[in-house]
Design a protein around this ligand. Structure first.
Ligand SMILES: *[C@@H]1O[C@H](CO)[C@@H](O)[C@H](O)[C@H]1NC(C)=O
Ligand SMILES: *[C@@H]1O[C@H](CO)[C@@H](O)[C@H](O)[C@H]1NC(C)=O
Length: 126
């Protein structure tokens, strides 16, 4: 029986990879302060992410969010997840509060893609 365990594990991994998995956001976290009109960098975990083929439309998006709900239009789209980071330039002009999040969507073409949300962080006025 032990001999077959690795094959079973491999089969399970293949099934899971058919769904969209949103990488965990590393920062911004609660220690971050962004300023409207300046730049802000989003970083996420890149383990087990396959690179897209050159020229692919990659259906990725980053939004600002509050209370685990996205706000307005995406602030970044169509970037490769393999990068692990994206610089938002400029940070949108929004009301200053300490309750912003960023939400990362790995595949906006997948209606079940719920996004992964950062911790709350601060955006200040310019
Ligand atoms: C997405 O990025 C790819 C690769 O850079 C590019 O070929 C494609 O035109 C872009 N699609 C959109 C909708 O911007
Ligand atoms: C994105 O989701 C759509 C719809 O589920 C799927 O057809 C497509 O293969 C997915 N793209 C990637 C890169 O996973």
């Amino acid at each position: 029986m032990m001999f077959f365990a690795p094959l079973l594990a491999l089969a399970a991994a293949v099934v899971v990879s058919a769904q969209t998995t949103d990488p965990a956001i590393i920062f911004p976290d609660s220690t971050y302060v962004w300023t409207s009109g300046s730049t802000g960098t989003v970083s996420w975990a890149v383990a087990n992410i396959m690179p897209p083929t050159c020229g692919d439309d990659v259906n990725t998006a980053i939004y600002l969010a509050q209370n685990n709900a996205v706000i307005g239009e995406p602030i970044a789209t169509n970037f490769s997840l393999v990068r692990g980071t994206f610089e938002i330039d400029p940070v949108p002009n929004v009301d200053a509060t300490a309750q912003y999040q960023v939400a990362l969507f790995a595949n906006t073409s997948d209606p079940t893609d719920a996004g992964s949300f950062s911790e709350d962080f601060t955006i200040n006025s310019a």
